[in-house]
Design a protein around this ligand. Structure first.
Ligand code: NAP
Length: 308
């Protein structure tokens, strides 16, 4: 039984160690030392190339090494092969930390104080209570719900938007295109945690920014192509939006000439909000693989028709 890891190279050794210790019956290989590709039955991958997938005739399951699956060309994976995404505590905790940090930095005016220090300005701003701010999360999935739960501890008012209405305790819930406007109308900080699909590409655009209250801030931790860059610059420059914190861009890395680098009210991080952690992810993936071997339903299989 052969399994190939073709993902983030620095963390490959940790994956290999875990499988060697806990699944010695599995022939765990790390790309590019893949051996005979026709022997591979399970693949853990990020952005697997089309021609590479075509060279795996015995593939049984494709495991995405990340939470999203937008890096997978579904048409290159035969329809009978399930695609499972990564749901594991390391990714969830990382995202909860990053979004909490971003929301609190906005709430407590940290970016203003960074600028104030540069000009030696001692200027105390008002400290409004958390309960006076509403944080809205687009995409109340595994990550969005975890983020909302942590933010509730600070006392923020919370709302969330999904495709289908799935109420979450303590969160004002909205769903579908018809409830997007009422959802946005109350968000002081908007967090994008949507998967990238044809329906969500370009969703963070001028029209959407126009539905937010004046001075709202944006945190994009979904994917770069959710955002229409020029529309964000315009919204910031016109004062419609106050700030943007972007962990994802299109393309990645962002080109050196891109205006986001120098925009005073854009804060950038290089797609580090959260990462798959081998220590917590490998046991979960191995258990999922064992389920498949035992003929039990796989967990976290994506629905190709929805794209997530
Ligand atoms: P998930 O559990 O699949 O949740 C996705 C949520 O988005 C669901 O609640 C879904 O609503 C909603 N949604 C999807 N399409 C929609 C649409 N057209 N309109 C409204 N709502 C829609 O995914 P997750 O694990 O939370 O991850 C979300 C995304 O985070 C990933 O796809 C990835 O792009 C991003 N991510 C980023 C990083 C980073 O480091 N920046 C790390 C990990 C993940 P329904 O339930 O109603 O269908």
């Amino acid at each position: 039984m052969s399994i190939l890891y073709r993902s983030d190279a620095p963390r490959a050794a940790a994956w290999a160690r875990y499988f060697a210790e806990h699944a010695p019956d599995l022939d765990f290989r790390v790309w590019p030392e893949a051996g005979k590709l026709e022997e591979i039955e399970y693949l853990i991958a990020w952005q697997p190339p089309r021609e590479f997938l075509a060279a795996l005739p015995r593939l049984k399951v494709l495991f995405s090494s990340g939470a999203g699956v937008d890096h997978v060309d579904f048409s290159a994976v035969p329809a009978h092969i399930p695609i499972a995404r990564m749901v594991e505590p390391g990714i969830i905790n990382g995202m909860v930390e990053y979004v909490s940090l971003a929301v609190l930095a906005l709430h407590r005016d940290f970016f203003d104080y960074v600028a104030a220090k540069a000009s030696r300005s001692w200027n105390a701003l008002e400290v409004p209570p958390a309960a006076s701010r509403t944080i809205g999360v687009m995409g109340m999935g595994v990550l969005g719900r975890a983020v909302l739960e942590r933010l509730s501890a600070y006392g923020f008012r919370l709302r969330g938007w999904n495709r289908s209405l799935r109420p979450v305790q303590g969160v004002e819930s909205f769903a579908g295109a018809e409830q997007l406007q009422p959802f946005l109308a109350g968000c002081d900080v908007l967090v994008c945690l949507l998967p990238l699909t044809p329906a969500t590409q370009g969703i963070l655009n001028r029209e959407l920014f126009g539905m937010l209250p004046a001075n709202a801030a944006l945190i994009n931790v979904g994917r770069g192509p959710h955002l229409v860059d020029a529309d964000l610059i315009e919204a910031l420059d016109s004062g419609r939006l106050s700030r943007a914190i972007l962990d994802v861009t299109d393309p990645e890395p962002l080109s050196p000439e891109h205006p986001f680098w120098t925009h005073p009210r854009v804060f950038l991080t290089p797609h580090v909000a959260s990462m798959t952690q081998p220590d917590s992810a490998a046991p979960i993936l191995l258990e999922n693989l064992r389920r498949h071997q035992r003929g039990e339903p796989l967990l976290n299989v994506i629905d190709r028709s929805r794209g997530y």
